[in-house]
Write a protein that binds this ligand. Structure first.
Ligand code: MG
Length: 454
């Protein structure tokens, strides 16, 4: 059995640095466990543009084929494209090979359930137990699976977005939006040109080729988008668009060349969807108060969940939410599917711009104004981040705090939140307030208190 160290193992899969934790053997064993659990049947496999994508792909294929599963090969694809392909009735599951916004030396397996959502915590625990116990169900040579090429997944994804009731392709095309997009040499390079072509946009690209050698930190944070901002100004564009390497997070730059901040992506989508479709909203515990204030305008209720797409998606399903997501640019539009999807996020934002006949800067200024400060505390791989946060929770036992995920203190138009990351060996400390000064002060105070307990 391969050593399971230097890996981030969570309910949604396994992440690590290739050659230092995530080896072909680890990928093989997780795929064998997955195939043993959900096979035999057709398993969709997509991958992002990482340099190690092929290496991991063939290990995953071998694991699935050896347990009697057929591989539906959709090639290089975004996470939402893979999820939508998975939920088709003829498929039994899906695996996405991507480390999302992690640096380029990382890769990962994200494991999906038959319905296209990430695995539930229980199903994820079963996979991990199979890996630990080496509990695999191999089939005889004449029962091994086959590889079924399915190159149409991106087109099917785009067809579904264009077919949404709220998306009027003709109206968007009439506006001939000028957009600059930066997919950071990730999987977005395979689908964004097709999207803009269909929506009649005049598109300019930075870092388009999907070769996986990310030229900057691939997380679409405002601090990483300097080149995009300059390009928006230089081209006189209506907006700038940044997606992470697997295209489930979307960040926008206004027509003035200023990043809106990731939180405003979901804010814009929420305002637009609620203005057409009254209903409930589901977001995670770290998502901006912008959402609460918008929901209040429409008399909508906001449900909060622990951080992690599966929690938000499950809550969206049980509440019948009309819009959901995570403040880090992850828009979930349940009318399409229950997964974070930058492609549908772009379509909703362009539709909103087309209908309101306002600039993106004007649309943002119509939304509630808050400032968020996101900080983190780096830990070694083997640190027990949850136990460290638990000490702080214990100290505040009896205080009026929110324990949805980690520990969150709520104030008037402000909050500060500390929690262990699910995907990296870090603790996240995030605050939001009306002013940057207040948010920074709350982050610093909480970090200091945390440090004093360790
Ligand atoms: Mg991602």
């Amino acid at each position: 059995m391969p050593e399971l160290k230097n890996l981030m193992i969570s309910v949604s899969g396994v992440r690590g640095i290739i050659g230092d934790g995530l080896t072909p053997e680890v990928a093989l064993h997780f795929a064998q466990a997955y195939g043993s659990q959900f096979g035999p049947g057709r398993i969709v496999v997509g991958r992002d543009s990482r340099v190690t994508g092929e290496l991991v792909k063939y290990a995953v294929w071998a694991g699935l084929l050896s347990t009697g599963c057929d591989v539906v090969d959709i090639g290089m694809a975004t996470t939402p494209t893979t999820a939508m392909a998975t939920e088709r009735a003829e498929n039994a599951g899906g695996i996405i090979i991507t480390a999302s916004h992690n640096p380029r030396e990382w890769n990962a397996l994200k494991l999906l359930a038959r319905d296209g959502l990430f695995l539930s915590p229980e199903a994820g625990a079963e996979i991990l137990e199979r890996v630990r116990q080496q509990d695999f169900r191999f089939v005889a040579w004449d029962k091994v699976g086959r590889v079924i090429p399915h190159p149409a997944a991106a087109k099917e994804h785009l067809d579904a977005v264009a077919g949404l009731e709220l998306v009027d392709v003709d109206l968007i095309r009439k506006r001939r939006f000028r957009v600059v997009a930066d997919p950071c040499n990730g999987a977005g390079g395979t689908i964004l040109p097709q999207l803009f072509d269909r929506l009649g946009c005049e598109a300019f690209f930075l870092n388009l080729e999907p070769h996986g050698r990310f030229p900057r930190s691939p997380e679409p944070l405002a601090a990483n988008l300097g080149e995009l901002c300059a390009a928006v100004t230089a081209h006189g564009a209506d907006l700038g668009i940044a997606v992470d390497p697997d295209v489930d997070r979307l960040a926008l730059v206004s027509n003035r060349g200023i990043p809106l901040g990731e939180e405003y992506t979901l804010g814009l989508a929420t305002d637009f969807v609620l203005s057409h479709t009254p209903g409930e909203v589901a977001v995670n515990a770290s998502t901006s108060l912008v959402i609460d204030d918008i929901a209040a305008r429409y008399g909508s209720r906001v449900h909060r969940t622990p951080v992690g797409e599966i929690h938000v998606a499950t809550k969206a399903r049980t509440t019948g939410a009309v819009i959901a997501g995570e403040g880090n640019g992850g828009v979930i539009y349940p009318a399409l599917h229950l997964g974070r999807d930058a492609i549908v996020g772009i379509a909703l934002v362009l539709q909103s711009l087309a209908e309101k006949e306002k600039s993106l800067a004007e649309l943002q200024s119509d939304l509630p104004q808050y400032v968020m400060v996101k900080d983190k505390i780096a830990l070694p791989f083997d640190a027990d981040a949850k136990a460290m946060v638990a000490r702080l929770i214990q100290k505040h036992a009896g205080d009026k705090v929110d324990l949805t995920d980690g520990l969150k203190f709520l104030y008037d138009h402000a909050w500060v939140h500390i929690r262990a990351s699910n995907t990296e060996p870090i603790i996240r400390v995030i605050a939001e307030a009306r002013s940057e000064e207040e948010a920074r002060r709350r982050v610093d105070a909480l970090k200091q208190e945390f440090a004093s307990l360790q």
